[in-house]
Design a protein around this ligand. Structure first.
Ligand SMILES: CCC/C=C/C(=O)SCCNC(=O)CCNC(=O)[C@H](O)C(C)(C)COP(=O)([O-])OP(=O)([O-])OC[C@H]1O[C@@H](n2cnc3c(N)ncnc32)[C@H](O)[C@@H]1OP(=O)([O-])[O-]
Ligand SMILES: NC(=O)C1=CN([C@@H]2O[C@H](COP(=O)(O)OP(=O)(O)OC[C@H]3O[C@@H](n4cnc5c(N)ncnc54)[C@H](OP(=O)(O)O)[C@@H]3O)[C@@H](O)[C@H]2O)C=CC1
Length: 301
């Protein structure tokens, strides 16, 4: 009983050949949820071709949901669809959609709603950034990160809400943001965008309550995924030191939280931000570009 439920690889183990959970892991990971929890549930997950989104797509399918995933790279989506089909026998719908294009978002939400009869949960997980000191951001780089994480998330939210309103159907939005409580050095662009999404979500959680639409956010800390390819080794080797558990989370930690929020157990949760970070918010700092010498003199992480 004292064994950890989910195996956490040693971040310092040089023999680790890949980052994040494999498709075999995602097909077999134990879950606390019963296997028919999401029977009849319809879920759209952006960025579902890799990392946390892929783990969510696996788990939702294993729990009986009808799932669609979107992203910019068709091969990643197809591979995920095939792996989930093989593991669960369920068909995942794929949309090669850039969330930065509002017309494409509108078409995707219309199509998936028509095909399934209506979406129950939208998970806005697509996003990302590159590590850089804010003073050096180019205009194009700043715009790319804001357009992806703030505008792209908003097009998805607004389109889903409009469809739910016109269909007279209830809905739920879960936005995957980040742990921005104490800022995020070397990622100020994403920090600005995610803070925007958090307060946008809190605002429309009230505005949209009369339409029976709930909106919540999840703020992951350091979660080991393929996305870590964006960061230099000198930064990666410290990531687990940013929380008092001195561990990296994994995609299953976040996927299970999403399923809880999508389940009837969470029906009264609205306008909230749930942090999954092993205590990082209280203690550590992530340096996605590597800790500058100035700060490397003891203190937190
Ligand atoms: C921190 C720990 C916690 C968080 C972890 C995670 O989130 S893990 C998940 C991590 N997963 C992800 O982050 C996945 C998703 N992330 C992405 O797709 C990109 O990071 C994106 C959000 C910038 C979108 O970009 P896009 O589709 O528009 O592609 P584009 O390539 O055309 O870039 C546009 C401009 O941005 C600039 N610029 C870009 N890279 C760098 C750099 N390394 N350096 C400096 N600048 C950079 C540059 O100006 C470039 O224009 P240029 O000079 O080329 O003409
Ligand atoms: N891993 C971590 O420690 C943390 C991650 N996060 C956030 O969690 C989310 C998932 O990250 P993670 O799984 O780790 O990383 P990944 O890089 O694996 O996932 C990001 C996904 O988003 C998709 N995506 C990116 N831009 C777009 C776009 N414009 N339109 C559609 N899809 C897009 C990517 O696919 P494609 O490139 O094919 O479009 C990819 O599948 C991201 O928003 C990330 O920033 C937040 C805090 C910590």
């Amino acid at each position: 009983m004292n064994e950890p439920r989910i195996f956490r690889p040693d971040p310092d183990d040089p023999t680790r050949s890949q980052r994040g959970l494999t498709e075999q892991d995602l097909a077999a990971m134990p879950t606390v949820f019963r296997s028919d929890l999401l029977d009849g549930h319809v879920m759209l997950i952006s960025g579902g071709g890799s990392g946390m989104g892929k783990a969510m797509a696996f788990l939702a399918s294993r729990l009986g949901a009808t799932v669609a995933i979107c992203g910019r790279t068709a091969e990643k989506l197809d591979r995920t669809r095939d792996a989930i089909g093989e593991a669960t026998g369920r068909t995942v719908h794929c949309y090669t959609t850039n969330i930065r294009e509002p017309e494409a978002v509108e078409a995707m939400i219309a199509d998936f709603s028509d095909v399934t009869g209506g979406i129950d949960t939208l998970v806005n997980n697509a996003g990302g950034q590159f590590p850089q000191d804010a003073i050096d951001f180019t205009r194009k780089g700043w715009n790319a990160v804001i357009d992806t994480n703030l505008n792209g998330t908003w097009w998805m939210m607004q389109e889903a809400a409009r469809r739910w309103r016109s269909d007279g159907r209830k809905g739920h939005i879960i936005n995957i943001v980040a742990n921005v409580e104490r800022g995020m050095p070397q990622a100020a662009h994403t920090c600005a965008a995610r803070a925007g999404v958090i307060y946008l979500s809190k605002t429309v959680a009230t505005e949209w309550a009369p339409h029976d639409i709930r909106v919540n956010c999840i703020g992951p800390g350091v979660i080991e995924t393929e996305g870590f390819a964006m960061y230099p080794e000198e930064a990666l080797k410290r990531f687990h030191k940013a929380n008092p558990m001195k561990a990296r989370g994994n995609a299953w930690d976040v996927a299970e939280q999403v399923m809880y929020l999508a389940s009837p157990a969470a029906d009264f949760i609205n306008g909230d931000l749930i942090i999954i970070d092993g205590g990082q918010a209280q203690w550590g700092v992530v340096w996605p570009g590597g800790m500058p010498d100035y700060f490397d003199e003891g203190g937190a992480a």
